[in-house]
Design a protein around this ligand. Structure first.
Ligand code: SF4
Length: 394
């Protein structure tokens, strides 16, 4: 069987792990598998028994549909049978995709190969991604510098802006990571850093096991890595962050003690709403008390907030970091509703097209210092709001 795996040409730093697990499934059965990014005339010209297309954000709709239309004529069978599309967009918008282009959307995680129309019960989602397939593209992904691993799946919370419960409805609280890291390193070589992809790792009852698994792989506090003639610190980045309320709770301090055994860098804590300010402060303080000094915070906006609240959050967060002597990178990030096909779409709330465009410009790139906030957003909330009203739209 000849199988083509396609990642559409949208910008991304993370390799499509689901697609690479499908690649492993087929290669284990002796099938010929190839991976490409974007629309490749040369790859398409071959007749494929199956083509699998990945997709993530719904606002990549146009690129995903263009990619499906491009490959649809190149399956040996009808595209409704042999052109598969999976991932977040396909899970949330399967019907829209079917209407837009002949294809076969696959929703959620692939817990059985029967979801791919095969007479096989293999849990494809539990396979290791086959990184051999992306060797020629590896330098454009984060795997160029770091190993990837997932120690949990899903999340039992239901934050109103989050789709994890729809994408990964089954929660798993501990998945061993040793083989994930060793297998990536077998394909791509040893890596200094480790990126953990868990949605909400603090909520796992198996956090002590997870921390030990990570430390046993050589990622422990104080661990170093040879770089030229020097040694540099190894790092573990929990890329999806630590849930603010959970990290703030005094009864969870022992969890942060556990994390202090690891070289967590940066500590990512979100600040999504003004009414979470006490929890945000307590979470930062809890990590700072255990010696963590580098933080990163995403601030969701254009959800249920106002421009004034965004300014207040930015200002509040930077004051806390200053008081703690910590380095904090702030990243305002606009809420994109599930099903929204473009980043430009408006939902009708306290934000309007002009304020969104201006805040996007002000917020581009990380914000690290009080002076950067004053320069980009204004010295006070009033100055910020005034500039939103009066600055000409470029
Ligand atoms: S804790 Fe994180 S992963 Fe879980 S629902 Fe909330 S935002 Fe989503």
């Amino acid at each position: 069987m000849n199988v083509l795996l396609v990642e559409p040409g949208y910008p991304t730093h993370y390799p499509p792990l689901g697609l690479l697990k499908i690649g492993r499934f087929h290669r284990d059965r002796g099938h010929r598998v190839r991976f490409v990014r974007g629309r490749s005339e040369e790859a398409a010209s071959f007749g494929w028994d199956r083509i699998y297309v990945a997709c993530v954000f719904t606002y990549h709709w146009n690129e995903v549909v263009r990619t499906l239309r491009f490959y649809a004529p190149h399956t040996v069978k009808q595209p409704e049978e042999a052109l598969f599309v999976g991932g977040v967009l396909a899970t949330l918008m399967a019907d829209d995709l079917r209407k837009a282009v002949p294809c076969r959307p696959v929703s959620g995680t692939i817990r059985s190969a029967r979801l791919l129309g095969l007479d096989d019960d293999t849990d494809v989602d539990s396979l290791l991604p086959d990184y051999d397939l992306i060797r020629e593209y590896a330098s454009s992904y984060v795997v160029a510098r770091a190993a990837l691993a997932t120690a949990t799946r899903g999340c039992s919370n239901r934050c109103p802006f989050c789709t994890v419960s729809r994408i990964e409805p089954d929660c798993r609280e501990h998945i061993p990571i040793g083989e994930q890291v060793h297998d990536l390193e077998r394909s791509l070589g040893p890596r200094r850093d480790l990126l953990m992809l868990d949605n909400n790792v603090l909520a796992s009852r198996f956090l002590p096991r997870i921390v030990m698994d990570i430390a046993e792989l050589g990622f422990f506090a104080g661990a170093t890595w040879p770089q030229g003639r020097r040694r540099v610190p190894r790092r573990v980045d929990f890329t999806q962050g630590f849930e603010t309320t959970f990290a703030a709770a005094p009864e969870n301090r022992h969890l942060i003690d556990l994390l202090a055994l690891l070289p967590v860098h940066p500590v990512r804590i979100a600040f999504d709403a003004w009414n979470e300010r006490d929890d945000y402060r307590k979470a930062l303080e809890a990590f700072a008390e255990r010696g963590f000094r580098t933080f990163e915070t995403f601030l969701l906006y254009d959800f249920r907030d106002t421009p004034a609240e965004l300014y207040r959050r930015i200002s509040f967060a930077s004051r806390i970091a200053e008081r703690l002597g910590a380095t904090l990178s702030l990243h305002p990030i606009r809420y994109i509703a599930p099903g929204q096909k473009s980043r430009r779409a408006r939902r009708g709330n306290a934000w309007n097209g002009k304020t969104l465009a201006m805040v996007r410009r002000m917020a581009s790139g990380a914000i690290r210092t009080r002076s950067a906030i004053e320069e980009r957003f204004g010295a006070t909330e009033e100055a910020f709001l005034h500039s939103l009203e009066t600055r000409p739209e470029k």
